[in-house]
Design a protein around this ligand. Structure first.
Ligand code: AP5
Ligand code: MG
Length: 220
């Protein structure tokens, strides 16, 4: 199965995609995680991306398209994948269509994780992430506490803050989402592969709703 998640910053894309990738044995391609890894490793893509990420702006399209072309051609995606954070504007969505057309691997479902803006700042500023690339688990100081304060439940690494998880950047990231990314809801609605899922409430309930919509089909 080939699935794309849309949703605002902090909507819970990463949280739900991780669960879904484990449940359905699908590759999870998070654009943010891929970019943060590139920045950490000082690659050309990372050097090009850093200044935009630090300002809560979109990284240039060509950087993302090149990265995803490489990832989607990898053998790990042959049995399906979950895209989280890419595409993020119309030009990226059109490039992805071309790329998936070449691979004969069109998207089966697009899940729009719906949340109201008011709850996102608290979700984002309380987020703690595992910096271990092989883990990348996501926690929250209030909503999803690790068993031991500041330590990843899964691999024991010390948790950290994302550098773009500051209140002043959250507003900027949300503005970018509303201007450039949310129009993709209509783009995928027109293709009749979009389903909307309520992203507010208990994580387990949201996950159950996602599984149900994947079993049921589209056009909601
Ligand atoms: P990216 O890393 O993709 O960030 P984002 O889209 O802003 O989304 P987040 O990762 O902040 O939120 P999420 O929806 O994954 O939420 P999570 O599950 O962690 O992108 C970062 C930057 O990279 C961008 O600003 C841009 O610069 C660049 N970039 C990335 N992709 C790009 C692209 N395609 N083009 C150009 N530039 C690009 O959850 C958030 C918190 O809430 C967690 O603490 C979690 O524990 C908690 N939580 C989750 N679910 C619930 C729940 N149901 N109830 C309570 N708390 C919850
Ligand atoms: Mg994320």
């Amino acid at each position: 199965m080939r699935i794309l998640f849309l949703g605002a910053p902090g909507a819970g894309k990463g949280t739900q995609c991780k669960k879904l990738s484990a449940k359905l044995s699908l590759a999870h391609l998070s654009s943010g995680d891929i970019l943060r890894d590139a920045v950490k490793n000082g690659t050309q893509a990372g050097l090009a991306a850093k200044e935009f990420m630090d300002q809560g702006k979109l990284v240039p399209d060509n950087v993302l398209i090149d990265l995803f072309r490489e990832k989607l051609n990898d053998a790990s995606c042959k049995n399906g994948f979950i895209l989280d954070g890419f595409p993020r504007n119309r030009a990226q969505a059109e490039s992805l269509d071309l790329l998936l057309g070449e691979l004969k691997a069109n998207l089966d479902r697009v899940i729009d994780l719906k949340t109201s803006d008011d709850l996102l700042e608290e979700r984002i500023t309380g987020r703690r992430v595992c910096p271990n690339k092989a883990c990348n688990a996501v926690f929250h100081t209030k909503f999803s506490k690790p068993k031991k304060d500041g330590i990843c439940d899964l691999c024991g690494t010390e948790l950290s803050h994302r550098s773009d998880d500051k209140p002043e950047l959250v507003k900027q990231r949300l503005a970018v989402y509303h201007e450039l990314t949310s129009p993709l809801i209509d783009f995928y609605k027109a293709k009749q592969i979009l389903v909307s899922v309520n992203g507010e409430g208990e994580q387990e309930k949201i996950f159950a709703d996602i599984l149900e919509t994947l079993n049921q089909g589209s056009h909601k």
